[in-house]
Structures are given as structure tokens and as C-alpha cells.
Design a protein around this ligand. Sequence first.
Ligand code: ZN
Length: 545
Amino acid sequence: MHDLVIRNALLLDGLGSPPRRGDLAVDSGKVAQVGAVSGKAKESVDAGGLALMPGIIDNHTHYDAQITWDPWASPSPSLGVTTAVIGNCGFTIAPCREKDRELVMKNLTQVEGMSLAALRAGIRWEFESLPEYLDMLERRGAALNLACFAGHSSIRTYVMGAAASERAATSAEVDRMKAILLEALRAGAIGLSTTTSPAHNGEGGRPMPSRLADEAELRALVGCLREAERGVFMLTKGGQTPMPFLEGLAADSGRPVVVAALLHSSTNPNAVFEDLEKIREANGRGHRLLGAVSCCPLAMEFTLHSPYVLEGLDSWKPALPLKGEAFKAKLRDKAFRNAIRSELSQPAHFRLFNGEWDKVRVIESQRTIAELAAGRDPLDTMLDLALAENLDTVFSALLLNSDEAAVGRMLRHPCSLVSLSDAGAHLTFFNDAGFGLHLLGHWTRELGVLSLAEAAWRLSGHPASVFGIAGRGALKPGYHADLLLFDPAKVGRGPVKRTFDLPAGEPRLTAQAVGVHGVWVNGTCIVGQRSSQALPGKLLRQFSA
Ligand SMILES: [Zn+2]
């Protein structure tokens, strides 16, 4: 007698094989049989022809803080995600000394748009080291499976304190970082994550710590992956980090390198394809690099109280540390505005906002800045409008990745990795936790850019193989029963809604699923008719080489 049988499904095996009709049996949390299943089951689900695929593996999330107060990692599991990789870009919350907690929370507030009040009220600080953090996650349980990066910025802060955001490390400090990283890898970290992106600024506008690392430090840390013979190196790349250097890291370490964030810019439309081409050539030389791409247009809601959209600009730097009246005075400053205009008029390899004023909307009026400007300068129009409304004006900007022909090419590229949901971060700016449903609905059903079998592979089998997540990401006997049952004719993501359910009643945007009929993690239903509040997720610590 099987624990569970799902009958009459369209089976997508997660490996890209053509879909086929059949049943799937689960015993003790694992797939027991795929195809025609006979015999009885304690629980039987008639799929009625709906599609069944391995649960989505979201390889770019920032649930590190939220997971300590919300073991359901809302809303990801309801959007089909059964495994989340946390700690991307180097922004973990472990290791962290008690005296640095406030600094780490303020950095997260700035860089990942997490409410400081929510972090202060919410984070359970039952750890200091990363191994202790992993133990805590394991003890407390989670609805979905979790894997955690060792975060470069956190390790740097642990070793250097506030100086981590100010200077290069000494060789003694690098040695201490290496020891901490090796300890984390041995305890079960999935790899090393970092950022060199100018968009990543912490408290007071200071660069996030990893941005101060020189090439020798990066080389030494990535070398730990070779020593440990495990782990992925993920990096959110700034313009000054050349692809040949990253290829060198892949060559020296023998480990996969995931290069984020390859988002398409209409103002510099070839840049991401040049990067992807270099990645393809590197693979031809036997070095495993992947370009992390997104299937969602990057759109953000923001106010000038926290203008993440502009904070990566060099010309915005003078405003970064300022608050209150001093900040407003800076926004009024002519020379400041001229500097921004001049920077935006120059091409950039990667820049979040590129002066596309016809894509910035004032939420309450629905008109774009280009329309409202009506002949005036658009930057002046936006800043003056915000200043007149005490900076409370809500803008929405369509920043990157909105050219569907270009994004379609990126999604099909042999060296791209569907990624970048940023779930758990930028909480009031956007919510792309439903990226997988968007891939299955928009890119597969509506646009036909991917077949259903390819999309299922991109969301499960592919990330499982890149990250060495063994025994997941395929519908195969012996594999863990992480499953998503959905209606291919309807699947998609619903509208984003503002809720006030964070600790301290703080707001965030949340996303809803369309066409999801069931989600199982390790054989336990967490979304669907017989869903429970159980926490069947496992902390993943073993990764195949
Ligand atoms: Zn990130």
C-alpha cells in the first residue's frame, strides 16, 4: 500500500523528456513509482489530466531573516517553490556577533529593502556562526527545503567589523575569512555568494563589505571551494568585474560560477548577450559558468524616502548618507541634478535605471514622468514632485528586462540559469517569488518560447544539477517527492498585493498563484485540498560534486 498516489497526470519529469500521461506513487516521502501505478494507496489524488512536475527550486532568494520568524517562507511555497537557496549576493545574517546585529540589520534594510522595524522585531538571533544558524534552521523546521550560501559580506563583517565596508583586508584577515568559510562549507553551506555591484549599498550609503574585496581576496575565498571540493560560487557582478577574471576563478577552483544579474537593458541591448557569449566560450574551454537571468520584467515601486532605483548611480552618492532636511536640500541642488543628468546620458554596461522616463509612472496619477514633464526636464519633474509631497509620492519604474524578444533569447540560451526572483527581499518594491508560474504560463503557454518540458527542466532539474542538489528536481523512483500539480491552461501569477503582515505590522508586496492545485514537499502536501501546516522541508547540507 502506497502512502500517496497521484493518478492520471501529465508527467513532466524535470529532465526535459516529452510529457506523458501516467501516475506517480509516493512512499515515505520519496517517489516510489512513475508511470502506471497499480494497487491501493492510503491517499489518492485524481489529477484529471493536470500537469505534475518536480517542485520549483528557487536558486536566488533572500529569506535568511524572514525564515527565522516565518518557517513557511511566505509566499514561495504557494507559488510552487519546494526548495529555496537563501543567502544570495553575500547577504546572510550569519555569522554575526551580537555587537554587529544592528549594523547587519541596517545594511539589509538599505540593500535589500527589508523594514528595519520588522527585522528588529522578527529575527531570532539564536546563533553566532553559520553552522549554528544552520542548526537553528534544522531545529525549527520549514515548509520547504532550504540550502544556504556562506555570505561574503557577513563573513567580512564578522572578521573586520565596521571596517569591512571601508578598506581592503589584510592577509591575516583573509586567512580568518578562509577558515570561517571552510567551516561553513563543511557544515553544509551550498557555496560562496558575493557581490561587486554598485547597486549594493548598506547603511549610510557605504558599499556592502564584499565590494571592498580585491581580486586576491576573491581568489583566496573561491579557492576554499576547491579545497572543500564542493559548492557553487555565485556573484552579482559589477561593471568592474571582468568575465575573464570570473572564468579564471572557475578554472582555478574547478567549481561552477553563477554570474548574476544578467538583466536586459533597452538602452544597452547587447551587453547581456556579450556576457552570455563570453560565458558560452568559457564553457567551450571546459569552465563551468552560468548566466543568471530572470523571466520577469524588473519593475519597482518606490518613494524618494528609499530610492533603491537611483542609489546605484555614482552621481547619487552624495545623497546616500543624508537624511531629513539635508537630504531634501541635496535633491533641490542644481549641481547634483546636473550630475545625474550627465551620468544618465552616458551609456553603462549595467545600470538599474537608464533615464527611461516614459517607463516611470506616478502611481496615483498613472501618468508617466515623460508625460507629466510636458517639455520640462524629467528629472526635475520627478524630484520636484516628490519634494512637494514630502517625498511620499509613490513611483513605479519599469527598469529592465521588458523587451520580450530579448528576454526570450536569454531564457533559451544554453548557458543561462533561470533565477533572480529575489524572494524575501525588496519587500515593498516588487515580488517575483512567482517567477516559476510566470515561466510556465507566460513564456510557455502564452508566448511559446519554451515547451512545457523545457520550462519544467529550467525550474527543477537544471538548478538541481548546477547546485548539486542530489535526489531532487526529477520525477524518478528514489527521488524526494517534491511535487507541483498545476493546470497548464491557467497557470500564472496573480496580481501583487500590499499586505501588512511582517513583524511590527510592517508592509510588503505579496504575490498569489493562479492554476496551482497542489504542492508536496518530501511527500507531504503543503498547498492544496489536504494541505497541512506541517513543516516537511529539510535543511540541505549534502551536495553532489
Ligand atoms: Zn540578490
